[in-house]
Design a protein around this ligand. Structure first.
Ligand code: SAH
Length: 376
């Protein structure tokens, strides 16, 4: 089917026009654009590199600690290049302080969340890429409120920097540490805010002090399956991990659970995931939220296994089962553990490596968008 034959999308894809933009920040800019921008603000160009070092390498936010800048200029430099993008409204902790969820208020009052999850061997930041989401998946708390707006590159990066600061300052049990992984599994559909998300991935992976110096392999972009964007991402030359939120192996059910499926079928979406694995040599992750009596039947496990297996057995894919985190008032609940085990068994019998997601932070409304939904 060609693009012009497709029916127009009933979903909100683009944010409303004419909105005020978030303040421009050094993290919005590529390293080679920063000097010119400082000059544009009437500030000495070479200061941009010093500020980048404070921001990305030293993780400093207090101007008083930036002693290499003239005292009289510090406030102006910070206000110009590192403006405040978000303020924490609420922080909630679980798992003895190793899971921390923060609700942020952005400059225009929009609310987003991020979650820091510390494990013995790594620390993962789960970030939002949009305030709200236009994809309308009925089991997801964020999907119920619609899209408010896209986040800027710097707003996305700032969530990771905030987590990096908390770890560096020994505020999280386990001693001083670093963010090793970033997952775009907070609010929003990252591939619907493609440019800002790619910018953020670049800032995360640029070597310090130009960026945070993370490995691209530690970054996971999770998508409902915007096929053209998945194909584009495969060509970017940044080997991030791609996660596809499949949730059903058949169009009939997926049309309901992930409405974008009415535009891009299971077959087209899984083909795009396969193409990503083939092009980047990165194993794709299939996300599958287990919903009791909805998508957890043995026959659906077999069908999912077939859908993935028929595209190749060279280890291009693995399945990550997510126990559903029920949202308030929703008719869906998590699967029976016995059904979950049988689902895993059947996938593995077809040669598909399968894991069950460890669910952190349930008691702090850990599921996508739940905290922001409570607040709004
Ligand atoms: N829009 C992107 C990323 C955000 S959601 C995407 O859909 O992939 C991250 C993951 O959490 C997705 O797989 C999403 O389907 C899943 N999710 C959303 N609500 C959930 C819930 N209540 N329980 C379990 N998983 C959920």
């Amino acid at each position: 089917m060609s693009d012009s034959e497709r029916t127009p999308l009933p979903l909100v894809f683009d944010e409303p026009r004419g909105r005020k933009k978030p303040p421009r920040h050094l993290a919005d800019l590529a390293p080679d654009e920063r000097t010119a921008y400082a000059k544009e603000l009437g500030l000495p160009g070479f200061r941009a590199k010093q500020l980048a070092t404070h921001y990305f390498a030293r993780l400093v936010d207090d101007p008083a600690e930036m002693t290499d800048l003239p005292a009289g200029q510090r406030e102006d430099l910070v206000a110009g290049l590192l403006p405040t993008l978000m303020t924490p409204l609420r922080t909630m902790e679980a798992d003895r302080g190793t899971t921390r969820k923060t609700l942020w208020r952005l400059f225009d009052g929009a609310l987003v969340e991020s979650v820091l999850m510390r494990y013995p061997d790594r620390a993962t930041m789960c970030v939002s890429s949009q305030a709200g989401c236009g994809m309308a998946c009925p089991f997801c708390a964020t999907g119920q409120g619609g899209l408010q707006r896209n986040m800027s590159t710097a707003e996305i990066v700032e969530q990771v920097v905030a987590g990096a600061r908390a770890l560096a300052r020994d505020e999280v049990p386990g001693g001083p540490g670093r963010v090793s992984n970033v997952v775009f599994m907070g609010m929003g559909e990252p591939l619907a805010n493609y440019k800002a998300v790619i910018g953020a991935v670049r800032r995360l992976t640029e070597p310090t002090p130009d960026g945070l110096g993370m490995s691209a392999r530690g970054v996971t972009v999770s998508t409902v399956g915007l096929v053209p964007r998945m194909l584009q991402l495969a060509e970017e030359g940044i080997p991030v991990t791609l996660a596809l939120s499949l949730h059903a192996p058949d169009d009939e059910l997926r049309n309901e659970l992930v409405p974008i499926n009415t535009r891009y079928s299971v077959a087209e979406t899984v083909d795009a995931a396969w193409n990503y694995a083939r092009t980047t040599k990165r194993r794709v992750s299939i996300e599958y939220a287990m919903m009791r009596g909805i998508n957890d039947q043995a026959w659906r496990a077999d069908l999912l296994g077939d859908v993935l297996q028929e595209r190749g057995d060279w280890g291009w894919v693995h399945v990550n089962l997510i126990p559903l985190n029920p949202t308030p008032g929703s008719k869906w609940t998590a699967s029976d553990p016995a059904d979950e085990r049988e689902f895993v068994r059947r996938l593995e019998a077809k040669g598909i490596p399968t894991t069950v997601r460890d669910t952190r932070g349930r008691e702090i409304d850990g599921a996508c968008g739940q905290l922001a939904a409570t607040e709004a």
